[in-house]
Write a protein that binds this ligand. Structure first.
Ligand code: FAD
Length: 210
């Protein structure tokens, strides 16, 4: 029977040792972001934890992330964050901090600018800063694993099962339901719904067979 490689999903991400030392003393701070991986994006809260990143935006994107890949984080969705810097004659770190403090928790804004600030205050470097703020690239070291995951992605290939009854095509009388099947919902109750609905579908068929 074909099994899609299982992996933890809806799970906090762990940062590399360098990124942990850069950001994880900010644990507990959260902000609204758009987290993206491949063609998926989620606009939700992101939370800094003592080992990495969590919050709904990160849990959601973790289901689409694979080891070695990067995720992109828009720290200022819908905002032209460098506009206040560009539109003043006095361009310096104080003005930049004030601009970022409007959008991010102040300690996060200060730290992020220390580590990702512009080389100079030219329009070109400010344009680069604007891009970095909207596409902050993070390559996680891993996930917090099954211990902290809300679901398991992967499992029994759905092609092996009848979509109506959940009965195994190759082994009549054998049923697979819920999380063990390669069906993974996003946050919002979809995994419970899948477990109950697939269980009900199998139960109807199973009792009819008796
Ligand atoms: C912390 C957390 C929060 C979650 N929050 C949500 C949420 O808000 N909304 C949502 O939709 N989903 C949520 N989920 C996911 C959801 O709980 C699961 O997707 C769902 O419970 C899967 O149902 P299941 O029946 O397939 O598996 P399970 O609920 O895991 O049930 C499997 C059962 O089989 C038993 N079992 C295992 N091995 C054996 C064995 N060898 N013999 C006999 N029994 C065995 C286990 O003890 C268990 O009782 C959450 C999960 C976690 C961990």
């Amino acid at each position: 029977m074909k099994i899609i490689e299982p992996k933890p999903a809806l799970v906090p991400l762990v940062l590399t040792a360098i990124d942990q030392s850069n950001y994880c003393d900010l644990t507990g701070l959260s902000t609204e972001v758009i987290a993206s991986a491949k063609k998926q994006s989620f606009r939700e809260k992101m939370l800094i934890t003592h080992r990495g990143l969590s919050g709904p935006a990160i849990l959601q994107i973790s289901s689409y992330w694979n080891p070695g890949e990067s995720i992109l984080i828009d720290l200022a969705p819908d905002h032209d964050v460098t506009k206040p810097i560009r539109s003043t004659n006095v361009r310096n770190i104080t003005v930049a901090r004030a601009a970022f403090h409007k959008l991010l928790p102040s300690r996060m804004a200060t730290r992020w600018l220390e580590l990702n600030g512009p080389q100079s205050w030219t329009n070109k470097d400010l344009a680069d800063l604007e891009s970095r703020a909207h596409e902050w690239k993070i390559t996680p070291a891993g996930t917090e694993g099954y211990e902290k995951a809300e679901v398991t992605a992967g499992g029994i290939d759905t092609n092996e099962l009848s979509g109506k009854t959940m009965e195994c095509r190759k082994v009549p009388g054998l049923y697979f339901i819920g999380e063990v099947v390669d069906v993974t919902g996003q946050l919002g109750g979809f995994n419970f719904q899948w477990a109950w609905a697939s269980g009900a579908a199998a139960a109807v068929q199973f009792s009819a067979r008796k």
